[in-house]
Design a protein around this ligand. Structure first.
Ligand code: ZN
Length: 313
């Protein structure tokens, strides 16, 4: 039972500028936590760059080129803003390609049977990136590319993304909207950025939104998982489960108002492992999304990855 851990130093060169919450220190924190002896059994690998052919599984080529061309060149100003929140620096395009590449590599290694599951510690995050729109700190939708890649290259018929980031994964929902064999389920605070994610948004019957109210804590989070997310996921009988693992529903997080603690993330991880064992040989790829309090992020990644390593069953 091996857990693959994919990351890359290029993720530390994606610089969003002074005062930005989605900052380099986030990934430094995750890397420090996972370098302690408790995690010595992780199989470590560098996140490769995704090819353009892979990225266009989710995004039009003109959009990919727009992102490439938006990166500031040597001698330009330091930062280019794609919107009020979403920033590129020198090195951002490589980081974005490796963030996508991490998910693809994880899918390949899991489908080859080399590892049971994987955690991808990446920046920039991905779940807000829509088909042809960067937003919410996200450039490419890392997890959606991994899902389409699993479908197209490994011929899986049913791929599920479960998103417990505190913000709704509008980008993944957008990309999966008409694909009935791609399942997307999300818990998120509502109202909150980006404003989508009501229970009435159901796509082709493949979208399950379970919004939480500001002030809700692990009780309501677990209830949403037990009553809505997990039964629908079981009905879908996934051949692969991907997790948009954002940890900004943590009580310490400055960008939201939910009251989760790290044990809640471990609980959700174990529940998803149970379903993964029931339907798909335990196959899970988890990709880092948000989480903006460094202590909350570090503690949450710690319990999440420990649960993945324990493997369930
Ligand atoms: Zn978030």
């Amino acid at each position: 039972m091996t857990t693959l851990y994919l990351t890359h130093e290029a993720f530390l060169r994606h610089d969003t500028g002074p005062g930005h919450p989605e900052r380099i220190e986030r990934l430094e924190t995750v890397r420090r936590v996972l370098s302690t002896p408790d995690y010595s059994d992780l199989l470590r690998s560098e996140a490769p760059e995704a090819s353009i052919e892979d990225i266009v599984l989710a995004h039009p080529i003109d959009y990919v080129k727009m992102i490439q061309d938006s990166e500031p060149a040597e001698g330009d100003e330091d930062y280019v803003r794609l919107d009020a929140d979403t920033v590129m620096s020198q090195g951002s395009f490589e980081a974005a390609k490796r963030a996508v590449g991490a998910g693809i590599e994880a899918v390949d290694r899991i489908m080859a049977g080399d590892v049971q599951n994987a955690f991808c510690a990446v920046r920039p995050c991905g779940h807000h990136a829509e088909t042809a729109r960067a937003m919410g700190f996200c450039l490419f939708n890392n997890i959606a590319v991994a899902a389409f890649y699993a479908r197209n290259r490994h011929h899986l018929n049913r791929v599920a993304v479960i998103d417990f980031d505190v913000h709704h994964g509008n980008g993944t929902q957008d990309l999966f909207w008409a694909h009935e064999n791609m399942f997307f389920a999300s818990t998120h605070q509502m109202p909150l950025f980006p404003g989508t994610g009501s229970i009435t948004e159901t796509g082709a019957g493949n979208i399950v939104n379970a919004p939480l109210n500001p002030g809700d804590n692990g009780v309501q989070f677990r209830e949403a998982f037990e009553s809505r997310i997990l039964p629908e996921l079981s009905d879908f009988s996934p051949e692969l489960i991907l997790i948009s693992a954002g940890f900004d529903a943590h009580i310490r997080d400055p960008l939201a108002n939910l009251g989760l603690v790290e044990e809640d993330f471990a609980w959700a991880t174990k529940k998803l492992l149970d379903i993964a064992h029931e339907f798909c040989n335990g196959r899970i790829v988890s990709m880092l999304e948000g989480g903006y309090d460094l202590t909350g992020l570090g503690d949450s990644v710690s319990t999440h990855v420990s649960a993945l390593m324990d493997g369930g069953n």
